[in-house]
Design a protein around this ligand. Structure first.
Ligand code: ADP
Ligand code: ZN
Ligand code: ZN
Length: 727
């Protein structure tokens, strides 16, 4: 009898599968295997079982091991196949990347129990041995938080396990096992009666629940979209065994959302999938989703690949959010993959947003997506805030704040209301400048400026992570008088503390909110009115409910207003709508003040009128005139090498190859991206554009393999980004 041949997907950058002989293992399609490949031992996944191979039998190696159980079912294969084709990415790599790390490893994936830790008695740091730095830091972190997960502790120090063991011995630590699938919290909130708009939306979706149907749920901030999700889930999950997949931009930023699902749908086990889980937690979540035990899976973009046997509905919250796009490896867009998943499964998918992406809006207008609207705020007394501009040409700012904004903040303070100051730039100041010779501190590895972080006395590159201490004098002219120029959140926080010495000011950005609990704790303080003024980045813009917040000040948007990125206006509009949506969410009316030199700009007209639709339509018209997405389709070939001449040669060769393939694709000349050098690599890119997706992919299917075969392809690092969002 001929031996079984297993066709296997491996994590190697070759667009093909590999044949191995099965010597007596019990093999199933979708099972993981261990094989040797070019002298390495790798984990792969069986894609096909057959008895023939193009490789001569004598040359075929045998698989070393086949694991029990399967990691992908037929539906997942279909989805991964689609992705490999659409993103022109090797299937094997796509498959392996979709697995949790533990399942990509050779040792059997054991689920280690994981714990959260909290101090159960006071520890006096001064009493700890002086040299136990890690122990001290661990105690400090535990003191600063209610409890810490293993992933969070790992962020404190790599030596955390030893510190935890010491603390356990000292008897001052309590540990609680983490269960990935938590039954929800007991419901405490009352169920609101849905208003007419919400009921209409739910009727529409449920009316077509048994087949593929993409919906855009376009509802203003606070219109009750989340409430709609909850009711939809209640109905869908009532069917025995049914599961639902919910994608959210960044779970860490929306602890309230997860808590709401847990408490309102407490009868359904819920698992989360995101990058802030420890590997062992991620494995548990993944298993619980793939066995069907978890009925609700809430995940960030990687969640779109969670194996689930019985998904009946997919929900995407804040569908416009750019964090749905993966920026390395296979550059998928989780929203687009989710739509394909829904299509393959024949189920509905609901994409919610107050400011839909133009891609989605375009499809809704063309009636390829159903359009659902929520036009009113759900809480009756809550009104949309008034939005106005402060012309800083007429009313100049001092330390970044105009007197008008300061006056309005003072009024809020006197009335016991809260203000939020939005500035989407973290650090102390965006540049360090020498007034004598105009030197500004550059990153040694990138064509970018270093950001001043005064608290840590550091200059940091926000692109490559490079850090250095602040120089005492100008390296060019020796001038000792270097000054930070411009505004960023830390500096603004300092200014606010100086201006309002009696107020409680809190800053929210990636530097101040390093773990999930920090934000949860802060949000609680805001709810309890322990904070008067919030200052922060877009971390503050997303989904939070601030009932006592009545003023939003936007400090500096003008750089974004004139960015060369063709999506800049779309993004800025959506960001400002989101952050504005934080004001006036309860009885008290809210006000938004935007500082700008260009109050007449069309974007601000649209904002003042709170008119997403007209603005989106105008932007769509512009895109159509320029032949930009979503009217046409883009792909970007990005390349980098230690010298630009290599990059350019590679890109020019790529252009020449394209010319040999008959096509309807526009191939532009090689260009340098805005950030020309990143991490010591010189960068270049080639933009491709087509009006027909089919023609585009036909071309790419011929072109990409030829690129792979290029001589220079090995010396130059390159990727193909389909539907790119960063240029
Ligand atoms: P969105 O997700 O659109 O921002 P939410 O679902 O968070 O809106 O709703 C905003 C607020 O209105 C929440 O406090 C929510 O509890 C409340 N809410 C939603 N629907 C109703 C309703 N039908 N009746 C009363 N309150 C509601
Ligand atoms: Zn100088
Ligand atoms: Zn850098």
């Amino acid at each position: 009898m001929p031996k079984q041949i297993l066709r296997i997907g491996l994590d190697v950058p070759l667009n093909r599968l590999f044949d191995y002989v099965n010597d007596g293992f019990n093999a199933q399609v979708g099972a993981r295997v261990v094989v040797s490949f070019s002298g390495r031992t790798l984990v792969g996944v069986i894609v096909e079982i057959t008895d023939t191979s193009a490789v001569p039998a004598a040359k075929l190696k045998a698989v070393q091991h086949v694991f029990d159980g399967v990691v992908f079912d037929a539906n997942m294969f279909k989805l991964l196949n689609f992705c490999a084709n659409y993103y022109h990415y090797p299937l094997g790599q796509a498959m392996i990347a979709a697995l949790p790390l533990r399942l990509r490893q050779i040792k059997p994936a054991k689920m280690r129990k994981s714990y959260v830790y909290q101090l159960n008695q006071a520890v006096d740091i001064a009493s700890l041995p002086k040299r136990q730095v890690v122990l001290k830091r661990t105690v400090e972190a535990l003191q600063a938080n209610i409890s810490l997960s293993e992933a969070q502790l790992a962020g404190v120090s790599t030596g955390w396990r030893k510190a935890i063991a010491t603390l356990k011995e000292m008897g001052c630590l309590q540990q609680t096992e983490v269960v990935a699938v938590k039954a929800g919290l007991q419901s405490s909130n009352v169920e609101p009666t849905l208003n007419a708009e919400q009921q209409q939306v739910i009727r529409s979706v449920l009316g077509e629940a048994n087949h593929f149907k993409p919906w855009l749920l376009y509802g203003i901030t606070g219109s009750g979209k989340t409430e709609v999700y909850i009711q939809l889930l209640k109905t869908v999950l009532a069917e025995k065994g049914a599961q639902a997949l919910i994608l959210v931009p960044e779970i860490n930023l929306t602890p309230q959302l997860e808590a709401r699902f847990r408490s309102r749908l407490s009868e359904y086990p819920l698992a989360t999938l995101h990058s802030n889980l420890s590997e062992s937690e991620r494995l548990q979540s993944w298993y619980s989703a793939s066995t069907g035990e978890a009925k609700i899976v809430v995940g960030t973009r990687l969640g779109v690949f969670s194996a689930m046997p019985n998904v009946k509905m997919i929900l995407i919250d804040e569908e416009h959010d750019s964090s749905y796009k993966q920026q390395d490896g296979m550059r998928y867009h989780a929203r687009d993959v989710a739509v394909m998943r829904a299509k393959q499964l024949g189920i509905p998918i609901v994409m919610g947003s107050a400011t839909p992406s133009l891609e989605t809006w375009h499809l809704a207008k063309k009636q390829q997506y159903g359009l659902l609207r929520l036009k009113e705020r759900a809480v009756e007394s809550a009104q949309l805030p008034k939005i106005n501009c402060i012309d800083i040409g007429k009313s100049p700012t001092e330390k970044g704040l105009s007197p008008i904004l300061v006056r309005e903040m003072r009024e809020r303070l006197n009335r016991g209301e809260q203000s939020l100051i939005f500035l989407n730039r973290r650090g102390y100041a965006p540049v360090l400048h020498c007034s004598a010779c105009q030197w500004v501190a550059p990153c040694v590895r990138c064509s970018a400026r270093l950001v001043v972080h005064l608290g840590q006395k550091q200059l940091k590159c926000h692109h490559c992570g490079h850090e250095q201490s602040i120089p005492v004098q100008c390296p060019d002219c020796g001038n000792p008088d270097l000054s930070p120029v411009g505004q960023a959140t830390q500096r603004l926080e300092q200014t606010l503390v100086d201006l309002f010495p009696t107020a409680n000011v809190a800053r929210v950005d990636r530097d101040s909110m390093r773990n999930k609990d920090a934000l949860t704790d802060l949000l609680k303080k805001v709810q309890e009115k322990e904070i008067d003024i919030l200052v922060g980045t877009q971390m503050l813009a997303k989904g939070h409910d601030f009932p006592h917040l009545t003023l939003v000040g936007v400090v500096d948007t003008d750089t974004a207003l004139f960015s060369p990125d063709f999506r800049a206006s779309e993004r800025l509009f959506s960001q400002l709508m989101q952050v504005s949506g934080r004001a006036g969410r309860a009885e008290k009316p809210g006000e938004v003040l935007i500082q700008t030199t260009f109050p007449q700009h069309a974007l601000f007209d649209a904002l003042r009128a709170q008119d997403y639709e007209s603005y989106a339509n105008a932007l769509l018209d512009e895109r159509a005139v320029m032949d930009f997405p979503p009217t046409s389709y883009f792909a970007l070939l990005k390349a980098e090498a230690s010298s630009y001449s290599q990059v350019l040669t590679f890109l020019n060769d790529a252009v020449a190859l394209a010319q040999q393939i008959p096509n309807d694709v526009m191939v532009y000349d090689p260009l340098r991206p805005q950030l020309e050098r990143l991490n010591n690599m010189e960068r270049g890119q080639l933009l491709l554009q087509a009006n027909s997706r089919t023609a585009f992919h036909q071309f790419l299917r011929q072109w990409v393999p030829q690129l792979r075969a290029q001589m220079l392809a090995n010396k130059v690092r390159w990727v193909l980004d389909i539907d790119p969002i960063e240029f």
